[in-house]
Design a protein around this ligand. Sequence first.
Ligand code: 26V
Length: 803
Amino acid sequence: MEITVKQFVKEFKQQFQSMYAYSYEEGSNEQLYNALGLLVKNYISSHWKETREKYIKNSVKQVYYFSMEFLPGRQLKSNAYNLGLLDVVKEGLSELDLSFDQLAEAEADPALGNGGLGRLASCFMDSLASLGMAGNGNGIRYQYGLFRQKFVDGYQVELPENWLRYRNVWETRNDKSTCMVRFGGNVWLEENHQGHLVPHYENTLNVLAVPYDTPMVGYRNDTVNNLRLWSAEIPVEEEANYHTIEETEPIKEITQVLYPDDSNYEGRLLRLKQEYFMVSAGVQSIIRHFRKYNVPRKNIPDKVAIHINDTHPALVVPELMRILIDEEHLSWEQAWEITFKTCSYTNHTILREALEKWPIDMMKELLPRIYMIIEEINNRFVENTMPLYGERITWQTAILQNGVVNMAHLAVIGSHSVNGVAKLHTDILMNDVLKDFFELYPERFNNKTNGITQRRWVHLANPDLTQLIDEKIGENWKLTPSELKVFKGFEKDKDTLNKLTDVKLKNKKRLAAHIKEVKGITVDPNALFDVQIKRLHAYKRQHLNLLHILHRYLEIKENPSVDYVPRVFIFGAKAAPSYHYAKQIIKVINSLADLVNNDPDVGDKLKIVFFENYGVSLAEKIIPAADISEQISLASMEASGTSNMKLMANGALTLATLDGANIEIRDFVGEDNLFVFGLSSKEVYKLKENQSYQARELYESDQKLKNVLDALTNGTIPNLQDEGYALFDSLVNFNDEYFVLKDFASYVEAQNKVDDLYKDQSEWARKSLLNIASSAPFSADYTIQRYADDIWKVRSCVEEDEG
Ligand code: 26V
């Protein structure tokens, strides 16, 4: 985008004045940020309009990514960057004596998701736009995002995240495109005069769905796609029926808060309301938009692809059926053909406790028409499957089972494509979690290994590294990430390795200053920065990390001259508010941090930093400074992971079990350039199968392990209530569900190898370089290209223009 610094400065001053009626010199950071954001949005708006018009004019096939969660992160910097305006903006502001970075920090980080799944959705939005593909996001505009985490006396405390308090400059409320969503009441079918069976409704709760649209800006390609988030309101014409604030609650609460859990399914009515609200509004608006295309309805699958991000939006299947049958008057067969060809589904977890199963009674009462349709889908499925595959498989794959609606089954049966998010994960879906379906529909299953956007996670988060790469191999890698492999050619180049070490050190100094500021802890930037950042969950095994730190602490106490490389162990993790065990792990790590960080015997050998309120913005600060990336889940449990990819792309060496995408990371970077330990997924399956695991035997036979476990309960760690006992119990007395003790010895061994390598700084830098140069396959641009080719059948519109 062509804008001069002079023009920008003038427009910025005007923008500020028109909003606040005083000069920018008197503005607070929030105000200055708001003015700047609106100005940038103004620059975006013409591309936004033109992109939309181009898609309609060319009848382009559109992808709709349905997700209950999006974690876009702050948008000012990335929008300005993708527009090609970042330098102009920075320069202009500095002419006005303003710091861009300071203003950028005033933006609220929309935490409209829990973790990996939500962040993946946002990386995908970025890649869709950057590839010039017609991709739309569809989700919920939660008034409160994921809770703000604080530690009080080492315990996690949850505070509300009112991210909309100071307005959101990126969104546009779109009153022209509202939809009505109906809940409850009675429904019956009656034949109309054309002989169609049409539903009649009485006593429904009618909710107005209001869309808020946010531009998704492509990287220097003039493409701006749309992220549509829905908000629930009382329909204007029904306002008079509501007499008190309390009466309006059932409507307003629908989009009030994000469910702060990403692993435990609970059959909560409000959550089902949220899911249907988002799905119904989204599908209605798609069908409305499709009418602009003037194509027969049977061609919907040629013009629309709907993606179901985990089972949460799986009601897309019956909702699309409902609209096609009840409103468009298609036959069941015609409607089913369209629905099935339009929908595709990604599974993101094998954790049984996270798989959604709604009680039939609840579904019937809240969504009577939708339930009728689900029942019919199920009946037809059973009818077709039984003669071919017999009773066992048919009942195991049915949608309705034991009084519940199995949402994964609904999603698989209603989609032409089912994918996992890493090779191992897809294998596990096919051989275990969804194996009966794999027998029915092998052709539907495919793998799409996750990816990340290098734009946010490297170009913007790590400008010094980016500059170094540019200097060595030119800028092509920014548009063609595979070019990064050229960087491998510099693995023996002293100058490059020195500069790489300098860049890392600079990033670590910056993080060290931040640690000092927010935690008051002094850390040595020359120490090894060891990072584990992800949701807190037993399967991710932050407590394995904890046991190793405790082990080092005990060794140092016993022998103060022990030769450990100085290390800073960095954690960022939120625990679901109801996940008691995860919160106990947080408390123990925090108490151990108090002990270790203040023990003069320890000095710089060991520091522990547990950041509060981990999220996208904090990740952007931590990742560029990481030396070691901890990816230590029990093999088979982590579907893919994405922090593993971000850390690798920033030059951290991975310390990993062979789980999720770690396996593919190893394959690309080579066995010698990361640290692997622990059970393989096959071994885990075997161990579970033959039920031979005895955690207590390990505790009793391994003296080092025993010392560590005993330290949880013998008063070594100060200020604990029963948390140390809780950990001990789960690991020793309740037989250690995630095989922490089993993997402990090989983890400690791998950690010692990490120390040894770090002592050889140039060898470390060489491996770090190889990691960076091997990270291109994990670009979300490639992942999205594969979704586009194999599943959605959409192409870049930028290409089309040229061709
Ligand atoms: C489950 C539930 C259960 C009901 C309550 C709300 C809720 C919200 C989210 C989820 C599913 C979370 C699944 C998830 O985030 N999986 C992660 O997905 C990442 C992207 O594919 C992947 O990298 C991680 O390995 C995987 O854990």
